[in-house]
Design a protein around this ligand. Sequence first.
Ligand SMILES: [Mn+2]
Length: 390
Amino acid sequence: MPRLLHMADVHLGARHHDLGAAAAQQRERQFGAFSRAVDLALAERVELVLIAGDLFDSNAQPRRSVERAAGELRRLAESGVHCVVIPGTHDCYDVGSIYRVFDLPALADQESGGDRLRVLTPGNEIAVYPALDLAVGGRVFETKRAPESPFASLPLTGAAEVRWRIGLLHGSLRVEGKVERDDVLFTEAEIGASGLDYLALGHWHSFRQGSANGTVWAYAGAPEPVAVDQDGAGQVLLVDLEVVDGRKRVTVQPQTVGRTRFRKLELDAGQVGSQDELVRRLRDLADPDLVLDVRLVGLAAPELELHDDEIERQLEPAFLKVRFRDVATRTDPDGPMPPPDTIAGAFIRDLEARIHAAEAAGRADVALEARESLRLGRLLLDDPQRVTLA
Ligand SMILES: [Mn+2]
């Protein structure tokens, strides 16, 4: 019974403008996950690999990058593993498509004459594998934005006399109230009416699985997060097609190939004495694959002075990414509340009103800033020597 490996959204060659010097490193991490996905396909002896769009982050990639990706795909071809690639939205099949500029099957599969690697293109949207009793069908548009649902004329629905019918698409499943518009959009009802055994999807970067009227569908998600907030990424899928007691059964097993890990940490501000001490404690968790998200909560001593940006900069070399947010409440400075007709009293009332208004309006960022202003202002008014506004 056929075993498939389904991956999507590898986004090779992503620019990562936001990562600065770490951009090249993140591109290597993505390539590494792609390479481990190929390792997994070989180790698990899959018959067919499906790449459901956005293998490349854009259609403009240097030749050496395309050749390097083809080198990984060649490892599959040389081991007799078939592979079907469908263009996505980032690497869409427009006039300048990477799949028009480069002959990926020729680059990856010279030995067997380009037969083991197939790239679906308009009018060439079916790959049939008689030995596996299986066919793969997709829908490829010549524009990033599709003029219609891919199911409007998806091949395979009724075609090809094979046991296993597999769909391969890049686009969004419509979800009421959540996903109602996108470049390529289809509905669960369309999946349910397709008659497919399995629908391999790409576009969403987190793993997600479901079924509709007997068709099992899944988004593999990105093998390595493309951005450091994609904590549902990091996997590829092993898909087993079996017949058990005369009935078809499709089993999807997510397998981790990504290295990026995510950890959310809440620290009690009451346990933190100083910024230096805090940075030392967090440095103990040093891990170059970890995206660490720290929130300081609870009640902090009024004199605890923390600079979020500086803390992030100090910890940066020890982690893949660090986010630090101080949302702790400061205890009031000692002493009685100043009367309302003093500058301190008027200041406090004004800031407290702003905090309440911001919270009522759901503006957590504004409320946080006002709370910090209140804290610093109270310290300044209480003892100007304790705060330096450098
Ligand atoms: Mn994508």
